[in-house]
Design a protein around this ligand. Structure first.
Ligand code: SF4
Length: 366
C-alpha cells in the first residue's frame, strides 16, 4: 500500500498527468474519473470501458481502498448510521449518515482527532493525531454513497425493475465530524473541489456545509474562493471571555474579527450563515447571554442552531433543561433572530462527535 498511489488523493489534473504519463490518451482520465466519482466503482474489474492492460496496471500501482470499516451502528429509528473506519496507518475516524425524507446527509471528518480543545467535545479531549488527506475525506462520502446506492438498487430490483437510484446517493455533506476543516485547509478544499467537479460526483456547492470553530483566516480564504458553500460557525458564547473558556482556540480570534470575517463571507456568497450554539446548563444558557447573542447577530442573514449539549462520558457539563432551551430560543425569536432547537440524532449509537472512536480506542475523558 505504501508504494501505491491513492487514486482518491489525486485531483483531476493529477490523474490526467498520471495516465498520460503512462502513454494513455487524454480522454482516459475522464473515463477513470467517471468510474470513481459517478459510478462509484469499488474495484478496477468493473471499469468496463477501460482496457484490460490499464486496469491491471491500475490495480498493481494504485489503491482504491483507503478506508476499512471496523464498526457500523444503526440507530433504532434506522435513520442514522455511524461508521468507524480504520485508515492505512491504523488510526481511526468516524462518519455518520443521516437519512431524512428529502435528503441523505453525510457528516464527515477532516482530521484524526482535533487540536481545538473545546471543553465539551469528546474529540477535542483526545487532541490531534494528524490531518486527513483529501482522499481520506472524499472516500468517506464515496463509501456512504456506495452503501446507499447498494440499498437503492436492491429496492429497485425488488420493485419490478423500476429504477429508484438517486443521481447523488449522498445528497448533502456536512464537514462537521472529527476535526477542524479550516485547520486542514489544503486537503479539505481539494476534497470539496473533487466532490463538486461536474465530471464526477457533481454535487452542488450549496449542498455542502463547512462547520468551523471560527478560524478567521480560513473564513476569509473561503470568501475569496467564491464557492457558495454553507458556512456554519460554532459560537457557543456571545462574548470573548466566556468563549475563550469553552473554545480555547478563540483566544487567537476575537469575536469582533470573527464577525467581520463572517459578514464578509455572507456578502460575497449571499449565503445565510448558521451559528451553532451548544446550550450547557448554568454555563452559557442565561437569558442575559441570549440577549447578548441577539445583539451580536443583529442585521446579519443568519440562523442559530441551539443544541442541548451532547454529554460526553466523564464530563461534568450537562445539557440545559428543556424549559431553559425554550426560554433562550424565545429571546432570540423576539429579537428577530431565527433559531431551531436541533434534535440530537443517533444518540443511541453514540453519534455525538468522537464518541464511537473514543469507546473503541479506550480513551477516557478526564
Ligand atoms: S467541537 Fe469541533 S473544533 Fe471543537 S474540539 Fe470538537 S471537533 Fe474540534
Amino acid at each position: 500500500m505504501e508504494d501505491r498511489i491513492a487514486l482518491y488523493d489525486l485531483t483531476y489534473r493529477q490523474l490526467s498527468e498520471l495516465l498520460t504519463g503512462w502513454g494513455e490518451p487524454r480522454f482516459r482520465a475522464d473515463q477513470v474519473w467517471h468510474w470513481l466519482y459517478n459510478s462509484l466503482a469499488g474495484d478496477f474489474a468493473s471499469m468496463a470501458n477501460i482496457p484490460k492492460a490499464l486496469r491491471e496496471r491500475l490495480s498493481t500501482e494504485t489503491e482504491l481502498q483507503l478506508l476499512t470499516p471496523l464498526t457500523e451502528l444503526e440507530s433504532a429509528s434506522g435513520q442514522t448510521r455511524k461508521v468507524l473506519f480504520r485508515l492505512p496507518d491504523g488510526n481511526t475516524i468516524e462518519s455518520v449518515l443521516m437519512r431524512y425524507h428529502d435528503r441523505r446527509t453525510a457528516c464527515i471528518s477532516t482530521q484524526v482527532g482535533c487540536g481545538m480543545g473545546c471543553v465539551f467535545c469528546a474529540t477535542g479531549q483526545g487532541g490531534l493525531a494528524r490531518n486527513l488527506s483529501a482522499g481520506e475525506i472524499v472516500a468517506q462520502v464515496i463509501y456512504l454513497a456506495r452503501e446507499i446506492r447498494r440499498v437503492q438498487l436492491e429496492q429497485s430490483t425488488f420493485q419490478a425493475g423500476r429504477s429508484q437510484v438517486a443521481v447523488h446517493p449522498v445528497s448533502n455533506i456536512v464537514l462537521m465530524g472529527m476535526g477542524e476543516p479550516l485547520a486542514n485547509w489544503a486537503a479539505t478544499w481539494q476534497a470539496i473541489e473533487t466532490l463538486t467537479d461536474s465530471r464526477g460526483y457533481n454535487l452542488g456547492a450549496r449542498r455542502i456545509t463547512l462547520s468551523t470553530v471560527g478560524l478567521v483566516p480560513g473564513i476569509r480564504r473561503m470568501a475569496q474562493e467564491g464557492l457558495p458553500i454553507n458556512l456554519a460557525v460554532s459560537l457557543h458564547a456571545p462574548n470573548d471571555e466566556l468563549r475563550s473558556q469553552l473554545v480555547p482556540v478563540s483566544r487567537n480570534h476575537s469575536l469582533a474579527d470573527l464577525m467581520s470575517a463572517v459578514r464578509e463571507y455572507g456578502q460575497k456568497t449571499g449565503r445565510r450563515i448558521t451559528f451553532e450554539y451548544a446550550l450547557i446548563a448554568g454555563v452559557n444558557d442565561s437569558l442575559e447571554l441570549a440577549r447578548d447573542l441577539a445583539a451580536l447577530l443583529g442585521g446579519l442573514l443568519c440562523h442559530v442552531n441551539l443544541i442541548p449539549l451532547n454529554p460526553t462520558p466523564g464530563s461534568a457539563l450537562q445539557p440545559s433543561p428543556r424549559e431553559q432551551v425554550d426560554a433562550f430560543s424565545g429571546v432570540l425569536e423576539a429579537a428577530g433572530i431565527p433559531s431551531t432547537v436541533r434534535m440530537r440524532r443517533g444518540i443511541d449509537i453514540e453519534a455525538g462527535c468522537g464518541q464511537l472512536r473514543q469507546r473503541q480506542s479506550g480513551i477516557v475523558v478526564k
